[in-house]
Design a protein around this ligand. Structure first.
Ligand code: ADP
Ligand code: ZN
Length: 719
């Protein structure tokens, strides 16, 4: 019997203070509670943890969470405890006494969740496993599940043992979670973990609240200063390529009045820990880091991620930018880009003695460069890269937000293409440009200086030529060989341009004046928001936890926007669960009340209530489907449900069609197989966009309801 949706929402409210589930969290939780194995693919910041934490609360017994990131365990456990959920971890950083205490709690069945590193589960004599068998374990959650796959970017051999662990624990229900989505890794996880008829949940990888922007890398330090000045109170990560540059950049920023600390693998452990800690606690808002930083960072209020240098591939870029905005508030990703970076990075992606891999990595670097250079929606490119469809226009990347003017660039293209022909398709972009611009340099071969196209492009600057050549590459009028030093070559499309059969439309480059990124105006009391941040920091220091564990920025913004003044208002604020209301409610209310008095303001809670009523009525729609489904599961027929619920049978069957489409219901339960075949054949001929032609082509005995259900069946997995 599935647990009713309302119970899940109540649990969410009570322990976490949130009023709605995100994306497919609710379905995942229901699957876990139904004891079915599952694999969850969700982007960083998507909300994976709740998918096993809520079942852990509702299930009897213990949930074991396997995670490779020791630094994250403490954070997660602190966050759970602050919400009044009994959790602990065991890892190598603890002394024997601390460990003994955890064991005692486990024996006394006092814990709901236990976090472990994978190696902890396997010792020579299986003593720990034996211990676990002696207590009541009801769920195994495996975080960062891609670590089991050699195809992932982060293989950990210890993960291989986890299938044994599952078996040793009588095949307890298992939920595997990861933010790495490629199909090979996915398949590998299912196989290596030996999940049993698992349900696979793939969320959209779109991070709606992240604004993507690329700025030309020129005076990048000055541009960075402008950027930071506009974001004084915000916290962010700045990635640079080299360890040395993290230190020099952090120092320069400090001299210019920004609190910034460096982080890279070669700093001594104590410094690393200290800098990370200060960042987590919002004492140092900016961290300047190499990509070594971030794996274990769960900080939810990272407002921006800046890349001073070009990342090596889209995977890395997406993961790094994904660290912004876990709290769901507007956040920004800014990349400084110059073509010189591509050249520089080519050296870094060579794997000695492995041509095949080098080729793959070069290709990935090129795709990164295309992203940086493109004049079409960046979000679409990213999502397509990960195999997801997306509309042409997202409205929240720099390209979508700018208006670009197009112009006819056929002559420019003809000059460039004929230069490539004359040079025998044997030279790279730099040479071709110098040649076009009639460079007197000795680098240009004497015989080339005799050619007609030599100097034909002198009226165009070097930089613009680089831009145009990139456009031609992007548009397929040119291609690059995949050699170590790539040369420009023609494509089939080139010839129709050279022969004058095809026009080339180009986009005018608009120089960004200063970087101005959307600032969504919120009717928020900025000053109060800052005061609340200070209060949060004080509370965090007292409890020795990072500030964002007390409340996220999103919660503080709601407070500073809707101004709750009474304790009855607090359950309506996102992030205020029962325990937090008790613990922190009064302190925050005091601060808000005082602010309201001083500024002659009144509470605006009624606006919030109006908003959430709207949100709820949208939810009720899914709930009505859910209710139909629950009746159906109890064995009631479509007609009976229609009568009980006072709905038309067509409405009931459309509810059920929803569950057929998402795979929860098998169509054969509802429609006999001969009819299914007939309808499928008709869909094949007539398509499924209109019901009437289908109905007309079929026997009269076949109903609209049946057609609807079979269509849903053919669309399983589509949105
Ligand atoms: P992931 O592990 O997928 O990177 P987390 O589980 O850490 O993401 O969740 C990211 C943030 O989103 C956390 O601050 C979490 O509290 C918040 N969150 C998760 N689910 C919800 C929800 N349904 N409503 C509001 N906030 C949520
Ligand atoms: Zn866009």
């Amino acid at each position: 019997m599935p647990i009713p949706a309302s119970t899940l929402v109540q649990t969410l409210e009570r322990y976490f203070g949130y009023s709605t589930f995100r994306q497919n969290q609710q379905e995942i939780i229901q699957t876990v509670l139904a004891q079915q194995d599952s694999l969850v693919l969700m982007p960083t910041g998507g909300g994976k943890s709740l998918c096993y934490q809520i079942p852990a609360i509702l299930l009897e017994g213990l949930t074991i969470v396997v995670s490779p990131l020791i630094s994250l365990m403490k954070d997660q456990v602190d966050a759970l405890r602050i919400n009044g959920i009994a959790a602990a971890y065991l890892n190598s950083s603890m002394n024997p006494e601390e460990q003994r205490m955890v064991f005692q709690q486990l024996r006394d069945q006092e814990l709901k969740l236990l976090y472990l590193a994978p190696e902890r589960l396997v010792d020579a004599e299986n003593r720990f496993l034996d211990f676990l068998r002696s207590i009541n374990v009801s769920l195994l959650a495996i975080d960062e599940a891609h670590c089991i796959s050699q195809w992932g970017h982060d293989f950990r051999p210890e993960y291989r043992m986890l299938a044994n662990v599952k078996r040793a624990l009588d095949n307890i229900p298992t939920i595997a979670l990861t933010a790495t989505a490629d199909p090979i890794t996915q398949k590998d996880i299912l196989e290596k973990l030996q999940l049993r008829s698992p349900e696979v949940f793939i969320s959209s990888f779109n991070r709606e609240n992240i604004y993507y922007q690329v700025a030309p890398k020129r005076n990048s330090y000055e541009q960075l200063l402008d950027f930071l000045t506009e974001r004084r109170e915000q916290s962010g990560i700045i990635y640079t390529l080299s360890r040395a540059s993290t230190e020099t950049l952090a120092e320069r920023l400090t001299q210019d009045g920004f609190l910034a600390k460096p982080y890279h693998a070669k700093l001594d452990n104590k410094t690393k820990e200290q800098h990370q800690d200060e960042f987590l606690r919002d004492e140092t808002p900016i961290i300047v880091a190499t990509v070594a930083f971030g794996m274990g960072i769960n900080k939810s209020n990272v407002r921006f991620v800046v890349h001073m240098d070009l990342p090596k591939n889209i995977e890395g870029y997406y993961q790094e930018t994904g660290r912004a905005g876990r709290d769901g508030l507007d956040s920004e990703a800014l990349l400084f880009y110059s073509y010189a970076d591509v050249i520089k990075m080519q050296g870094f992606v060579e794997v000695e003695g492995n041509d095949e891999q080098s080729r793959v990595l070069r290709e990935k670097l090129q795709q990164m460069a295309v992203f940086a250079d493109m004049r079409a929606c960046r979000r679409k490119y990213l999502l397509n890269y990960f195999g997801e469809e997306a509309p042409d226009y997202c409205g929240s990347c720099d390209v979508c937000r700018n208006e670009y003017k197009t112009f006819n660039g056929t002559i420019i293209a003809q000059k460039a293409l004929s230069a490539v022909v004359r040079l025998g398709e044997r030279f790279g972009a730099g040479y071709v440009i110098d040649f076009l611009r009639g460079s007197k340099s000795e680098k240009i071969w004497a015989e080339h200086k005799q050619l007609k196209t030599y100097g034909a492009g002198i009226d165009i600057s070097k930089k613009d030529w680089h831009g145009y050549l990139n456009d031609f590459l992007r548009l397929g009028y040119l291609k690059k060989s995949d050699d170590k030093f790539p040369v420009l070559q023609l494509t089939e499309k080139s010839w129709s341009v050279l022969k004058g059969q095809e026009e080339v439309m180009l986009v005018e480059t608009i120089e960004p004046q200063t970087i101005s990124i959307k600032s969504s105006a919120r009717p928020m009391e900025e000053e109060l928001f800052n005061q609340l941040k200070i209060l949060r920091r004080q509370l965090a220091q007292r409890e020795d936890v990072p500030a964002y564990l007390i409340f996220s920025d999103a919660t503080l913004q709601e407070l500073a926007t809707y101004l709750p003044t009474h304790s009855d208002d607090l359950p309506g604020i996102s992030g205020f669960g029962e325990v937090k209301i008790q613990k922190y409610g009064a302190a925050f209310l005091d601060e808000i009340n005082q602010y309201c008095t001083e500024n002659d303001l009144e509470t605006r809670m009624s606006q919030l209530r109006r908003r959430s009523r709207k949100k709820r009525s949208a939810e009720v729609k899914t709930d009505t489907k859910q209710l139909t489904y629950e009746y159906y599961q109890q064995g009631k027929s479509v007609a009976e449900i229609a009568r009980i619920r006072d709905l038309r049978t067509s409405t009931v069957s459309s509810h059920l069609a929803y569950f057929v489409q998402n795979g929860s219901l098998n169509v054969t339960e509802l429609v006999d197989s001969a009819t299914i075949t007939k309808i499928e054949d008709a869909i094949y001929v007539h398509g499924d966009s209109a019901l009437k032609p289908l109905k007309d082509s079929l026997d009269d005995s076949i109903s609209y309801d049946e057609i609807r259900l079979v269509i849903a069946h053919t669309q399983i997995g589509e949105d």
